[in-house]
Design a protein around this ligand. Structure first.
Ligand SMILES: NC(=O)c1ccc[n+]([C@@H]2O[C@H](COP(=O)([O-])OP(=O)(O)OC[C@H]3O[C@@H](n4cnc5c(N)ncnc54)[C@H](OP(=O)(O)O)[C@@H]3O)[C@@H](O)[C@H]2O)c1
Length: 363
């Protein structure tokens, strides 16, 4: 296998620095960290003993010079990706460079998928929506597809720990757009608004109390019924602390993230609310899957607990390795469930220091 040059945009940011650290030890990867700030890029590059470059993803000449001799781009720029220019994936496709990003944005994914003909023509793979959510839940769901003859239902849950020390103001800004997406559930062969959208769930350790969850939707999950025959699919999200979750919703609805100052103020309030002893910085992904295997009804529960930013970083890191190993060979612009070898992804995820369990019961 040849060594590949991987450019991490936002490579010294919260998520990007984790991606960079994880890739720095990969013998098949020649790492390049980048962002707009020369001294921050240089400082991290010195620590990780890698190359650095400057790049501004809204400036075409800056992108073109940063892309010289790059094989794969991982974009961890501070969002919101919503309404952000598509310049970087577009120029990557034109230059024949594979591209991955951690965008949570529904709107961005819709525009991004239109790059499919260009990417296919230039024989590159572009994948958006990689991270803790969206990202891993859809891949985990796809990993179970071959184990059920009839896939009855999937409840996908994502819970953010209340200790949100690692959450950046840019992540909070993107959340505003994610909350604005109309919630939908898949039932009777169509997407429809949910009848009741509150659910109290006991999620187990480290979430020791009943958590209130609400129906939500991410763009990657919208594609699942096209890929697998499934009767019911719903996606729930919530916060470990109900009061913090409500404060977050209110703050976002009141438009506090419109300015940097407002976003920072809201973040500080939420951080103070997440100081309780029981609060964790872990996020939880839980999937409850029902189906039939060899004529027997089965329930499968998949749980992944991990610090949220580390979980987010793992998705592009693993997928970058799959790309380099040519485990992903489809060309075009995709959301993860369409193109990621899901079983292989979940096996690799289990090799990292996270809490990951799969329990299957006959019912
Ligand atoms: N899918 C998921 O589950 C998930 C979870 C968490 C976060 N995220 C997303 O991950 C992204 C990054 O979050 P974060 O917490 O790591 O943000 P962050 O700590 O603010 O870091 C962002 C990085 O992007 C760089 N950057 C900003 N504007 C840029 C530009 N125009 N061109 C090039 N680089 C630029 C910043 O450096 P300079 O400002 O110096 O350029 C910084 O290095 C956010 O969009 C967030 O929504 C996704």
């Amino acid at each position: 296998m040849n060594e590949q040059k991987v450019l991490v945009v936002g490579g010294y940011g919260t998520v990007g620095s984790l991606v960079s650290e994880l890739l720095a030890t990969d013998e098949y990867i020649e790492l390049v960290v980048a962002g707009r700030n020369e001294s921050k890029a240089r400082k991290l590059a010195q620590t990780l003993q890698c190359e650095w470059r400057t790049i501004d993803i809204s400036n075409a000449p800056s992108i073109s010079s940063a892309l010289q001799d790059i094989d794969v781009i991982i974009n961890c720029f501070s969002g919101p990706f919503t309404h952000a220019p598509l310049l970087l994936p577009e120029l990557a496709a034109q230059a024949g460079i594979h591209y991955l990003d951690v965008a949570g944005s529904y709107e961005y994914a819709e525009r991004f998928l239109k790059l499919n003909p260009l990417a296919a023509k230039n024989k590159v793979t572009l994948i958006t929506a990689l991270g803790a959510s969206p990202g891993i839940p859809g891949i985990a769901l796809m990993s179970a597809k071959d184990d059920f003859e009839v896939f009855e239902s999937a409840n996908v849950m994502f819970v953010l720990g209340a200790k949100i020390d690692g959450i950046s103001a840019s992540s909070l800004k993107e959340l505003k757009y994610m909350f604005a997406v109309k919630p939908l559930v898949w039932r009777d062969d169509q997407w429809m608004p949910p009848k009741d959208s509150d659910r109290k769930e006991y999620l187990g350790k480290p979430f020791e109390k009943g958590i209130y969850l609400g129906i939500s939707l991410t763009r990657d999950l919208l594609i699942i019924p096209e890929l697998i025959q499934i009767n019911e699919l719903s996606f729930w999200s919530g916060s470990q602390s109900t009061s913090q979750g409500i404060a977050m919703l209110l703050g976002l609805k009141l438009g506090l993230t419109k300015s940097d100052r407002g976003a920072q103020f809201l973040l500080n309030v939420l951080k103070r609310m997440g100081q309780a002893k029981w609060a964790t910085s872990d996020a939880l992904i839980k999937l409850e899957l029902m189906g039939t295997n060899r004529g027997i009804g089965q329930k499968r529960t998949i749980k992944i607990y991990c610090e949220e930013n580390y979980m987010t970083a793992l998705a592009p890191v693993i997928i970058c390795q799959q790309l380099i190993e040519e485990k992903i060979v489809k060309h075009g612009a995709f959301v993860p469930p369409e193109v990621i070898p899901a079983g292989d992804f979940m096996d690799r995820l289990g090799n990292f220091p996270i809490r990951y369990s799969v329990k299957t019961e006959d019912i």
